[in-house]
Design a protein. Sequence first.
Length: 317
Amino acid sequence: MFEGLSGRLGDVLEKLRGKGSISEDDVKEAMREVRVALLEADVALPVVKDFVAKVRARAVGQEVLKSVTPGQMVIKIVHDALVEMLAGEVGGAADDEDEDERSARKRDRVTEALDLNTTPPVPILMVGLQGSGKTTTSAKIGLRLKTMQRKKVLMASLDVQRPAAQHQLAVLGEQTGVDTLPIIMGQKPVQIAKRALDEGRKGGYDVVILDTAGRLAIDEELMEEVAEVRKITNPAETLLVTDAMIGQDAVVVATEFNEKVGISGIVLTRVDGDSRGGAALSMRAITGRPIKLMGTGEKMDALEEFQADRVAGRILG
Ligand code: GDP
């Protein structure tokens, strides 16, 4: 991912890097090229506009242009603005955990990216379009919670549209050794969700992962169904799973799910693919919700914490 964007931005910034002096016009010209590069990578227009305006305003400051290494400073400004675009702030989410506390137990940045501090069984709701990677990511999260945090996890598929989907989760459950709710045909998603939480309580589970149905495109019925499930389960996390290859549709999908269902975070899948990646760059800015995790392959351990500064570093090469 990001190869095209990375190459384009690299070229623009390379021109600035070695320069002993930079004029306002140099910055303007560079920002014009940055703008085109971001748009071509599928970053949403309003996000691009904000980004360019922010960088331009910071870069034409006198201290920058008059400094000994103006090119380097502009590159740093672009990097920081990218991190802000991806994380909402420089440095990403605040991590105020005590170092002793941290070393006292095994660290796992993936499960720690999730906010699961409610009374067990803690529900996690997975939402998104069909084929975005919800079921795979559910099982990845389940496995991770089980192995790294020693949590007892129950997974349930609420996809009554496609019986194959329920079966798929059961297979992944067997593969990972994570329990799945027995399938009862004919139940509605809300009934399955209630049954899952009930079983979660009775069975002494720490976490219940609810994998919802997705359509190929957004539709009202799907949104209402998912919103209803969210209302009755009150999940600690509602994760929108999105394929990094989604392109410009990302804006519509993220906005719809955020407005109609309400999401707490985003999981970006297929980051291992060769998509242009701009969708990923827009999601945080559009929804105001953090990108928490990223899927980096089909295997069950291919799940990583989304670290904005590392991703920005990768984009800038
Ligand atoms: P769902 O319809 O949203 O539940 O999507 P699935 O979980 O069934 O995933 C659809 C396909 O994408 C499957 O073939 C998965 O193996 C694949 N997939 C999911 N996440 C990733 C990822 O991070 N990387 C890659 N390469 N493939 C993935």
